[in-house]
Design a protein around this ligand. Structure first.
Ligand SMILES: [Ca+2]
Ligand SMILES: [Ca+2]
Length: 239
């Protein structure tokens, strides 16, 4: 065999070998293509975490789920593994103003979320003159009978004698704190709702030096002939 034939044989061997190797590569490639592409699988969602704030405007909570099988053969994992959502937004009692994780309370309320009523009556009786009533978010004052509430806090005595001039009928009306008294004028005695003249001459309360004359509501002292009534209205002096 000459050198020329030897070269030809070598070239042919290289070509055959190349074709053979190309077949193997194609087969390997087909094997790789036949590996099934599998995406990941995920488990069920967890329960929601506690909210990050009890109220306000920034509370969030989340839930998650695990990957139960990783992706294979070039697969992907397109599932969300955690989601967030807002929670406990606002939630300010008593129309409070939401801050990030708490509330700014209106008067009468306190607490992180303004959930607690302030008992205004606990301090200085709520500045009520008489009775303080605590209410949710506020308070009120009330007065004992015979008084009117003024400016929501003060109790002012009612002057029954002025407001109702007939409250005592024909009797004399005297205003008192929280009430009033019906009484007879000086010289009269009360019996029920009526007043009767006191007979000072009869009951000997007159104090006249000599004689006594009863009058309606009063009495006069009288002196015998030869005497005159002194300036004190009771004594008698010789003329
Ligand atoms: Ca209150
Ligand atoms: Ca009164």
């Amino acid at each position: 065999m000459g050198p020329r034939k030897l070269v030809m044989l070598l070239v042919m061997a290289v070509i055959i070998c190349g074709i053979h190797n190309a077949d193997g590569w194609r087969r390997r490639r087909r094997r790789r293509r036949s590996c099934p592409v599998i995406n990941c699988t995920v488990g069920g969602w967890s329960t929601w975490t506690p909210c990050s704030a009890p109220c306000g405007n920034a509370g969030t909570q989340s839930r998650s789920r695990p990957i139960t099988m990783q992706a294979q053969c070039g697969g992907s994992c397109p599932h969300a593994l955690q989601v967030n959502r807002p929670c406990n937004r606002d939630g300010c009692n008593g129309h409070g103003t939401p801050l990030s994780t708490s509330c700014q309370c209106n008067p009468g309320w306190t607490g992180t979320c303004c959930q607690n009523d302030i008992n205004e009556c606990a301090a200085n009786n709520g500045e009520c003159t008489h009775t303080c009533h605590n209410t949710a978010g506020s308070y009120t004052c009330s007065c004992n009978p015979g008084y009117n509430l003024s400016n929501g806090k003060s109790c002012i005595d009612i002057d029954e004698c002025l407001d109702n001039s007939n409250v005592c009928g024909t009797l004399q009306c005297s205003n008192t704190p929280g009430s009033y008294i019906c009484s007879c004028h000086v010289g009269y005695i009360q019996d029920g709702n009526s007043c009767y003249d006191i007979d000072e001459c009869y009951n000997n309360s007159h104090g006249c030096a000599q004689m006594c004359e009863n009058t309606e509501g009063s009495y006069n002292c009288i002196c015998s002939t030869g005497y005159q009534l002194a300036v004190d209205g009771h004594s008698c002096t010789e003329i």
